[in-house]
Design a protein around this ligand. Structure first.
Ligand code: UDP
Length: 448
């Protein structure tokens, strides 16, 4: 689907390899190099390449992941629906697999793999790249269509099943709220959210101690279990995803130079999918400069000319970076993030407090989790699916995070959760380690 889905699934692959599970990974030609580079040398993993259809009118030829779509918002349903065309090749490759697989893990958006799994009698685990919190709250809201009436987009409404949790209309995708049977999303949403209910269970990239109420809630719902086996970014000690750039990239040297000032740098990144207007980019640049905090800003799309503009205070990077390496750098003391779930987990694991600026998908719910539930970050005022953040609001938020009282509190919390995350992944006794063992045991051993 995208790097944000591929990366955590590859981390899961590493965890399975460490438990002597041998793997077959199905992918498409354009995605293969990244996957090959991400696997450890000599791993018990083989890769099967399946052709991706290139005759879909809405999708530019050669695009095999949502990261490469010119507009994720409008083209995502077409892309997701097109993946079903892979199914015949997938099934003929599956049929010939030897030894016969004990189980299958596939992305939640590849709903048709559920049908393939059922056809061959293979238990399927849905990889759910979201938090237990977002999964619980969106289910609760979807279950009560009357929740949103004529309220304005940002009027807060209590989610009765979860005392203290409040959401607003604009926290949710338009499609999830109205589900217009004539809209482009309808077909896809029905398929993608229907199939997982027939699966064996869900893999969650989270750890129990981070969101116990929501993990318990999901596991109390019915026949399927939600296995929290993360944070998956802690699957290996070294950062090995994608070949490490050598020599040291300019931005790491820049971070090294900032070392004398302690944890002074704000890392700014809005993930791989966000589309930000020129006007908003300009406002971000001004807000960051006015805060007088040093910053490292990774921009995936747009941002031309900013590099020169902000060079007194910050550095702008327009290429793929090792995000976990940056978050782990001693100079980094804050993370302005779009709250993609991987980024939240990576920030928490690094013990770096966040400024939450959600944009799309379930990010507004993640931002609520970060700022209102676990309190490892501060919400940027005005941010959201339909919001616009003024420079003054960003300046205040940055100052508060890096030097204010609230900043101190969320920094303490982030450090505490970083410890808990490591404990959860500890070999032997960690909660996530034990949950994955239990799952493997259920799937691989008990049937024999
Ligand atoms: N990432 C990275 N380098 C980049 C951009 C992104 O390593 O230059 C990684 C990041 O560490 C995370 C993933 O890509 O693991 C992005 O996932 P997330 O859920 O945070 O956001 P998305 O991109 O899916 O919106």
């Amino acid at each position: 689907m995208s790097k944000g889905h591929t990366i955590p699934i590859l981390h899961l692959a590493r965890l399975l390899l460490r438990r002597q599970i041998s793997l077959t990974i199905f992918t498409t030609p354009a995605n293969r190099p990244f996957i090959t580079a991400s696997l450890p040398a000599g791993a018990a993993a083989s890769i099967v390449e399946l052709p991706f259809p290139h005759d879909i009118p809405e999708i530019p030829a050669g695009v095999e992941s949502t990261d490469k779509l010119p507009s994720v918002d409008s083209l995502f349903p077409h892309f997701a629906l097109a993946t079903e065309r892979i199914r015949p090749d997938f099934e003929s490759a599956l049929e010939n697999l030897r030894p016969w697989p004990s189980f299958m893990v596939s992305d939640g958006f590849l709903w048709w793999t559920e049908d393939s799994a059922e056809k061959f009698g293979i238990p399927r685990l849905v990889f759910h790249g979201m938090s237990n919190h977002a999964a619980s709250v969106s289910r609760a809201v979807a279950g009560d269509r009357l929740l949103f009436g004529p309220e304005s987009d940002d009027e807060l409404i209590a989610v009765t099943r979860f005392p203290g949790v409040r959401v607003c209309k604009s926290d949710f995708e338009e499609s999830a709220r109205s589900l217009d049977p004539k809209g482009p999303f309808y077909d896809f949403v029905m398929k993608a959210f229907g199939a997982p209910s027939r699966s064996y269970g869900y893999i969650m990239n989270s750890f129990y101690e981070f969101e116990p109420v929501f993990a318990d809630h999901l596991n109390g719902l019915g026949k399927q279990r939600y296995y929290s086996v993360g944070p998956l970014c802690l699957a290996e000690k070294e950062v090995v995803l994608a070949a490490k750039p050598k020599p040291k990239p300019a931005w790491i040297k820049w971070l090294d130079e900032k070392l004398v000032e302690g944890k002074s740098v704000l890392y700014v990144a809005f993930g791989s999918q966000a589309e930000i207007s020129e006007e908003q980019l300009e406002e971000i640049a001004r807000g960051l400069e006015d805060s007088e905090v040093d910053f490292l800003w990774v921009i995936r799309k747009g941002g031309g000319g900013l590099e020169e503009r902000v060079k007194e205070r910050g550095i702008v990077v327009g290429e793929w970076v090792d995000q976990r390496g940056i978050l782990g750098h001693v100079s980094v003391g804050g993370f302005l993030s779009h709250c993609g779930w991987n980024s939240v987990m990576e920030g928490v694991c690094a013990g770096v407090p966040m400024l939450a600026w959600p944009m799309m998908a379930e990010q507004p719910l993640n931002a609520r989790m970060v700022a209102e539930e676990v309190k490892v970050g501060i919400r940027v005022e005005g941010s959201g699916r339909t919001g616009f953040v003024r420079r003054g609001a960003l300046e205040n938020a940055v100052r508060e995070l890096m030097a204010g009282e609230k900043g101190k509190e969320v920094r303490r919390n982030a450090k505490e959760y970083a410890k808990k995350a490591r404990k959860a992944m500890e070999e032997g006794n960690g909660s996530s380690w034990k949950t994955l063992n239990l799952l493997i045991d259920e799937l691989c051993n008990k049937k024999e």
